[in-house]
Write a protein that binds this ligand. Sequence first.
Ligand code: ARG
Length: 579
Amino acid sequence: MLHLPLERQLRQAVAAVLADADPALLRVRPCPDARFGDYQTNSLMGLARERKLNPRQLAADVVARLDVGEWSEPPEIAGAGFINFRLRPTAVARALQEALRGEHLFVQPAVTPRTVVVDFSSPNVAKPMHVGHIRSTILGDCLARTLRRLGHRVMTDNHLGDWGTQFGKLIVGWKRSLDAAALAQDAVGEMERLYQTVHAACETDAALLESARQELVRLQGGDAENLAIWRQMIDLSQHQFDTIYARLGVRFDHTLGESFYNPRLKTVVQELASRGIARESEGAMVVFFEDVPELKAHPAIIQKSDGAANYATTDLATLAYRLETWRPDEIVYVTDGRQQLHFKQIFAAFRRWQPQAHLQLAHVWFGSILGEDGKPFKTRSGGTVKLADLLDEAQERARRVVTEKAPALPEAERQEIARIVGLGAIKYSDLLPNRQSDYVFNWDKMLALSGNTAPYLQYAYTRIRSIFRKLPDSAPEAVHWLAQAQAQCPLAAAEELRLAKHLLNFGLVLEAVAQEYRPNYLCTYLYELAGHFTGFYETCPVLKAGEPERSSRLALCDLTARVLQDGLAVLGIETSERM
Ligand code: ARG
C-alpha cells in the first residue's frame, strides 16, 4: 500500500527535475533485500541512460525534491542510482488502522478497470475431465478471481470441445452398442467406452470406419436423429462437468462451446481470403506467416482441402465474436503447453485480420502433472486419472489427517474440514510451482501440515482464529481491542513491524499475479506471511501483554487472518474456523 504515496511523490519530484519524463515508467517496488530498505525504485537509472545523464546525480537531484517524510525515513541513494525507502513505523501503523476501520485490506482497486475474458477449463464432450483439465480449471479460476479482486470486469468462458470428427465414431457406438444402464450410472464413462470400442474396431474394419464417416456427414448436414444424439451427449457431459465445477467452487459466466461458432466459420474463411491473409494451397486455405520468424515454417490451415473448418478456424471465429460482443481489453487462454504454436498462429492471424483492435492476448500455458516415476500422471493400472476420483481421494486422505489431528471433533465437522483441506491441498499444489514447469503429484507432500502447503496455511488461519475464541470479551479488564487499536498501534518489536510491513504488500502481489498470470507469487506471499506471523507470535505475547500492545497485537492477528483468508480465497481455497 505505502508504495503508492511513495510512487506518487517520486513522480512529482521527477517531474520537477525532468518535466517530460513519463510518469508511468516511475515505479516503487519492494526491496529485494530487506537490509537496504522496504521499498526501492530503480526507474531513474533507465531515465538517466536514455538522456545520457549521470544516474547517481539524477537520483540526488530527485531526492532533493522528494517529499516523503510522512511515510519514510530519509531516502537513501544506493548503487548505480537506486533510491531506497525505509518505512516509518508510524506510517505502517496508520495503514493498519485504515484497514481496521475497513477502508481497505491492503488492496487498491484498479483505477481503470479492464474487461478481461478468461477462457479456461474447456474440456471435451464425451470424454472425462482428466488431470490436464484440472490445471486449466484451477489456474484459470484463480486468475479470474485475482482480476475480480482487483476490481476488473471479468468474463469467464468455458470453450467446450463439443464438435469434431470424434462424433462420427461416437454416434456409431451410440446407435449400435449403447448400454443404457451404464449410461445412467456414469454417462461420460459409457461414452468414452463407446468411442474407444468403435475407434479400436475401425483400425481393422473399413466398413465401420466408413459408417462413422457417414454419421459425421449426417450430423454436419443437420440430420435430426444425429443432432439429437449429439445434444444428449453434450447435456450428459455438461452435467458431469458441472458436478466437478460445483465441488471445486468454479463458475462460468458463459459456456459457449466450439459448435456455437459453426455458423460463423465460413465468413471467417471468406474474409481472410478476400483480404489476402489466407490463400489457397493444395486445395486448403492457409495463412502463411512469412513476416513472423518463429512462424515462418508453421502456416496455419483454416480450411482443409475437403472444405472442413478446424480448431484454428473456430478459435478465430471465437476471438472475433468475443471482441464484438464483450469489447474486452484482454483475453486470456489457459491451456497446456502443447497448444503454444496454435495460439501463436491464432494471435498472429488475428493481428493481421484486425490490426486496429486494441486487445491484449495472452496464452497462459502450463506444464504437465507427473507421477512419482516422472512420467505423466496415471492410475496404478496405467489409465488416465479421472478428476472426480482424484477429488474423492483427496478428501478421504484429508479425513485421515484431520481425524489424527482433531479426533474429538464431531464426525460431520471432520468431514467438512476434510473437504476443505483435501480440495485446498490439490489446488495449492497445482498453483504453487511455476506454472510452466512440470510437477510431481505427491499426496503426502501436498497434505502435510508443515511446509509450503494449503493445510499449513489453513491451519495457520485456524490458529489465529482460536486466539480470538480465548478472548474474554465480557471480562471487565478487557478493553475492546479494535477501538483501542484503531486509536493506538505501537509496532515496537521488530517482529511486529516485519509482519505489518508484509501485510502492506498484499495488493502489490495480486497485481503481479494478474500481470504475469502467476498465482505462485501469491502462494509464496502467503507462505511468508504465515512465517512472519509465527515469528511474531513466538516472540510477542498477545493476550498476556499489557495495553496498548495487547490490542495492537490482536489487531495484527486479526489482519493477518483476514489477509490469509482473502488470499486463499483468491486461490480458490476455503478456510475453516477449526482444524
Ligand atoms: N478443448 C481444448 C482441449 O481440451 C481446450 C480449448 C482451449 N480454448 C480455446 N479457445 N482453444 O485441449
